[in-house]
Write a protein that binds this ligand. Structure first.
Ligand code: CDP
Ligand code: CDP
Length: 229
C-alpha cells in the first residue's frame, strides 16, 4: 500500500487548531478530523449517565465497550461524528458543561487507548488533517507534517468568548481565560499523552495572524513537501 501522509495540528485550547485544520484540509482536498470532539462526545455520554469522571474513572472505563463514537463518511470529503449511531450535535459536544469535564475524561488511560485506535482507523481513508493534543506525538508520530498551534492566553480567551454556544451565559473574558488555563494545565500535566509539541513540529504562534494567513502558511509548507516527495 502506498504511504499516506498525515498532517497533524496540536496545541492548547482555543488556539485556532480546528479552524486552521478545517481550512487546510479544504485547501489540500484532504479529510479533516477533530479529535477533541471525540473526547467531548464521550464526555457527554459520561455526564448523561451521571458518572463523575473525577472520582469514577473505573465507571467511565466500564461503559467503553458499549459505546460507539466514530467519524463516518458524509458528502464528498466530509466526515460526520456519530455517537452511538446518531449524528453528534454541536450543542451536545461543544457545551460549557462538557468543556468543564472533558479533561478529566481525557486523562483516563483506557479512554485514550480506546479513542486513539479509532483515530488511526480514520486515517486509512486517505490524506488526512487531524487536530488535537497528542496527534503528532502519539497518534501519528511518523506524520510527515506537524504543526503546534499556540496563541497568547488573552487572545485565546477572546476568541473562545466570541464563539457562540461555547461559553456560559454572562461569561467574561477573565472567566473564560481561567477555564481554558485550568484545562491546559490538566492536559499538559497528565501522565499519559500530555499536551506538548512534537520535537519535529513547526511552531505557529497565531496571536497576531489572521486565520487565512495561518492556513496559507501551512498549505504552502505541505504542498511544497508533497511535491518534493
Ligand atoms: O476546542 P478546544 O481547544 O477547546 O478543545 P478540544 O480540541 O475540543 O479538546 C477538548 C479536550 O479534549 C482537551 O482539553 C483535552 O482534554 C482533550 N483532548 C485530548 O486529550 N487529546 C486530543 N487529541 C484531543 C482533545
Ligand atoms: O480548535 P481550537 O479550540 O484550537 O480553536 P477553534 O475552535 O478553531 O477556535 C478559534 C477561533 O478563533 C475561531 O472562531 C477562529 O475563527 C478564530 N481564529 C483562529 O482560529 N485563528 C486565527 N489566526 C485567528 C482567529
Amino acid at each position: 500500500m502506498a504511504e499516506i501522509a498525515q498532517i497533524t495540528l496540536d496545541g492548547p485550547a482555543a488556539s485556532g487548531k480546528s479552524s486552521a485544520a478545517k481550512g487546510l484540509a479544504k485547501e489540500l482536498n484532504a479529510y479533516f478530523v477533530n479529535t477533541g470532539d471525540m473526547y467531548r462526545a464521550l464526555t457527554s455520554v459520561v455526564i448523561a449517565k451521571g458518572i463523575d469522571p473525577e472520582t469514577q474513572a473505573d465507571a467511565v472505563e466500564a461503559i467503553l465497550p458499549e459505546q460507539d463514537i466514530r467519524y463516518v463518511s458524509g458528502e464528498g470529503l466530509d466526515l460526520l461524528l456519530h455517537i452511538n449511531g446518531e449524528l453528534a450535535e454541536a450543542s451536545q459536544v461543544r457545551s460549557p458543561e462538557v468543556a468543564a469535564k472533558v479533561s478529566l475524561v481525557a486523562k483516563i488511560p483506557a479512554v485514550r487507548k480506546w479513542l486513539v485506535k479509532r483515530q488511526r482507523e480514520a486515517a486509512e481513508l486517505g490524506l488526512i488533517v487531524m487536530e488535537g493534543r497528542d496527534i503528532g506525538t502519539v497518534v501519528f508520530p511518523e506524520a510527515k507534517f506537524k504543526f503546534y498551534v499556540s496563541a497568547s492566553p488573552m487572545v485565546r480567551a477572546q476568541r473562545r468568548l466570541a464563539q457562540e454556544g461555547e461559553v456560559s451565559e454572562g461569561a467574561t473574558v477573565e472567566k473564560v481565560a481561567a477555564e481554558i488555563a485550568k484545562r491546559d494545565e490538566m492536559d499538559m500535566n497528565r501522565a499519559v499523552s500530555p499536551l506538548k509539541p512534537a520535537e519535529d513540529a513547526v511552531m505557529v504562534d497565531t496571536s497576531d495572524l489572521s486565520l487565512e494567513a495561518v492556513i496559507a502558511m501551512m498549505a504552502e509548507r505541505v504542498k511544497k513537501g508533497l511535491a518534493e516527495g
